[in-house]
Design a binder for this molecule. Structure first.
Ligand code: NAD
Ligand code: IPM
Ligand code: MN
Length: 351
């Protein structure tokens, strides 16, 4: 029996509800085949209130030894400022372990009605690959003349060749496993340095993939096209910020932000990758059993697949699709009346 050591960070808000639900489903899926050795780390905003930090000073060293990280959500507005919580926990993990791509499937599940008329599961099936360690989230910048009328704040986006190239290459490889259509999303008309550079890297890498059809879109037009003709998208690659925004739009196209998952993959396979829902801590519904656990369960399936437990991962996906196709055990975001735990329980029955 294989044993996997998994660090669990439920975090804040609905993270504390969807993560236990996800753990139950994963346990059931691997039962008899593999052992999941969970270490639950109580890091987040409560930890911050007690200690003054979101995680212990050696938090990253603690995480380094695990096979994977399973994270709920981070953020406790308005009690702790968002930049404090996110730069205290999630963003340092992405950077420290060089989690270079953030893979986010956007797919309309069977039985669910998204907000788009005449668009079904055959039209909404794409994967976003988000640059995950630099770009607009590089953390470069600062403020001068603070509090004066002359104050200036800079947030400098950083794009390095090594990084852009490996993210783009990952996306081309992914396209080869799917419909072989890649969309690169930039803003090269306005951002004349970094985005023109990004386009050039895409064109260079594309020479190694003559079988993949490449489309370049400006991010504003891409947002409109996702709504107007989502079937044009197969795999899409974008910067940290652009792909962040477009994957929330993608969640909306799926019918709820409680659905899309994400895999933050380590470039060095000896470092832990991180798996989490796309959504945040949802303070507006937290603590009431209303949160949809599907995004977190799906992220867990991506984690099992990453660890090599592909069969268990596939069974979870089949069970999620059976659940949405049935349509009678769903949380309120999808028009149902079931609780987080009832949805997890039904997925387990369907496994
Ligand atoms: P959010 O994703 O938490 O919520 C947006 C909307 O989606 C809300 O109406 C919420 O109720 C709904 N929603 C989200 N998850 C849901 C689920 N599982 N089931 C049903 N409905 C769900 O985004 P926000 O409100 O902008 O952010 C709240 C906090 O979360 C902020 O602190 C933000 O910084 C943080 N955040 C963290 C992460 C992360 O940890 N990866 C991601 C996004 C936002
Ligand atoms: C996400 C979140 C984070 C991001 C925030 C909370 C920093 O929105 O994972 O999509 O933008 O990366
Ligand atoms: Mn986001």
């Amino acid at each position: 029996v294989k044993r996997y050591r998994i660090a669990v960070i439920p975090g804040d808000g609905v993270g504390k509800e969807v993560i236990p639900a996800g753990q139950r489903v994963l346990e059931a899926a691997v039962a008899g085949h593999a052992e999941l050795a969970w270490t639950v780390l109580p890091w987040g905003s409560d930890y911050y209130r007690q200690t003054g930090a979101m995680m212990p000073p050696d938090g990253l060293e603690i995480l380094r030894g695990f096979d994977a990280i399973y994270l709920g959500a981070v953020g406790d507005p308005p009690h702790v400022p968002d930049h404090v919580t996110l730069w205290g926990l999630l963003l340092p993990i992405r950077k420290a372990f060089d989690l270079y791509v953030n893979v986010r499937p956007i797919k309309l599940l069977p039985g669910l009605q998204g907000p788009l008329r005449n668009k079904g599961p055959e039209h909404i099936d794409m994967v976003f690959v988000r640059e995950n360690t630099e770009g607009e989230y590089a953390g470069a910048g600062g403020r001068v003349h603070v509090g004066t009328p002359h104050e200036v704040a800079l947030e400098t986006a950083v794009f390095s060749r090594f990084n852009v190239e490996r993210v783009v290459r990952y996306t081309f490889e992914l396209a080869r496993t799917r419909r072989k259509r890649l969309t690169s999303i930039t803003k090269s008309n306005a951002q004349q340095h970094a985005m023109v550079f990004w386009d050039a890297v895409v064109a260079e890498v594309a020479r190694d993939y003559p079988d993949v059809e490449v489309t370049s879109l400006l991010v504003d037009a891409a947002a409109a096209l996702m709504v107007r003709a989502p079937e044009r998208f197969d795999v899409a690659v974008g910067s940290n910020l652009f792909a962040d925004i477009l994957t929330d739009l993608g969640g909306a196209l799926m019918g709820s932000l409680g659905l899309p998952p994400s895999a933050n993959l380590a470039y060095n396979p000896r470092l832990p990758s991180l798996f989490e829902p796309v959504h945040g801590s949802a303070p507006d519904i937290a603590g009431r059993g209303l949160a949809n656990p599907i995004a977190t369960v799906w992220a867990g399936a991506m984690m099992l697949d990453h660890l090599g437990e592909t069969e268990a991962a596939n069974r979870i996906m089949t069970a999620i699709e059976a659940l949405t196709a049935e349509g009678n055990v769903l949380t309120p975001d999808l028009g149902g009346t079931a609780t987080t735990d009832q949805v997890a329980g039904r997925i387990i029955e369907l496994l």
